[in-house]
Design a protein around this ligand. Structure first.
Ligand code: 13P
Ligand code: SF4
Length: 327
């Protein structure tokens, strides 16, 4: 078996030869996150992955995450070669939002603007007015609501409901969900909070309302990592994919991180918040993609052009937000 150092040596050389950078999501295995850090790439949430990739001088990007992340990188940087580690690594939200069905759904509500979550296919993005990630969803919908807009939201019904609860938006929801986050159980989480009274509960907004109502902080992966660092508590209960623990533990080695429960006593796996598709990313696949030039993302030009508009609107909205905060 190869050591991490051997992988690092080989992957560094291959990335240089291919004029490529490695970008990873917080949910992939910690060895893959570390590889992105050690080779000068990035580990981040889905919005930053897209923005960072666009700004890199390299002609190729290797995306460790799921398919929609690779597609978003391609849409924002069509001139670059974008590779994913496993073409079958998808997302239940993406799978659950079929293009034709969604188009039909939108056509029934022509008076509404269409906002879709980044966890969708390039084709679905191409018919949206706006694309958002969890880090920007509440601010953007708040803004659209202040303009009096009526909206369609897809695909995550839980995130959609959370946004409505926070903003009062007039929004019709598509019936999609994340198979990881919808498994958290509030009755078990209450017991866990009782067991660790000196704790903070951090929750990703793809979770059901009953879980969100028990949270101290709700937010995107990057927001939750920041909250884990800022927390003064010894115990941190985390309701999101376990891959994120790598960054949290690095920032706070003395805190104790606990996975939120997905099942009760006696279950073979009491806390099973794992994304089966994120798990498909590995160091061997990075080697394989770079050695064999495989798994390149291709998207028809007309889809790129339409999807680019709705994603770029989100990126500029984010930049304006940052400027307003700074001034
Ligand atoms: P973030 O945008 O918060 O990184 O989340 C992506 C995701 O797939 C969560 O399940
Ligand atoms: Fe999709 Fe859920 Fe996996 Fe995130 S954790 S990629 S939303 S299935």
């Amino acid at each position: 078996m190869k050591s991490y150092e051997q992988y690092l040596y080989e992957i560094k050389n291959l990335l240089r030869e291919h004029d490529a950078k490695l970008i990873a999501h917080y949910y992939v295995d910690q060895s893959v996150q570390k590889m992105a850090e050690d080779t000068g790439g990035l580990v981040s949430d889905s919005l930053e992955m897209a923005r960072f990739g666009q700004k890199q001088p390299e002609s190729s990007l290797v995306v460790a995450g799921v398919k929609f992340m690779g597609e978003t990188a391609k849409i924002l940087s069509p001139e670059k070669n974008i590779y994913v580690l496993d073409p079958t690594a998808t997302c239940s939200l993406d799978v659950g939002c079929d293009f034709d069905e969604f188009k039909y759904f939108c056509s029934k509500h022509p008076d509404r603007e269409v906002v879709v979550y980044a966890n969708t296919s390039a084709r679905v993005k191409s018919i949206a007015d706006w694309v958002v990630t969890s880090s920007i969803a509440v601010s953007l919908i708040e803004y659209l609501t202040s303009l009096g807009k009526k909206l369609i939201w897809a695909p995550d019904k839980y995130l959609g409901q959370y946004i409505i609860d926070r903003t009062g938006a007039d929004m019709i929801l598509w019936n999609g969900s994340c198979i990881v986050h919808e498994e958290y159980k509030s009755s078990e989480l209450k017991k866990m909070i009782h067991e660790y009274p000196d704790c903070d509960v951090l929750v990703h907004p793809e979770s059901p309302r009953s879980i969100i109502s028990l949270a101290d902080v709700v937010g995107s992966t990057s927001r939750l990592i920041q909250a884990s660092k800022d927390s003064k508590k010894k115990y941190i209960i985390v309701a999101t994919e376990k891959g994120i623990f790598y960054q949290m533990k690095k920032l706070s080695p003395n805190k104790i991180f606990i996975e939120a429960p997905t099942a009760g006593e006696g279950a073979s796996c009491k806390s099973c918040g794992r994304c089966p598709w994120m798990k498909l990313n590995s160091l061997d696949k990075i080697l394989s993609v770079l050695t064999n030039d495989e798994n390149e993302i291709h998207i028809p030009k007309h889809i790129i052009n339409s999807a680019q508009k709705s994603i770029s609107r989100m990126v500029s909205f984010r930049e304006k937000m940052l400027i307003t905060k700074a001034s």
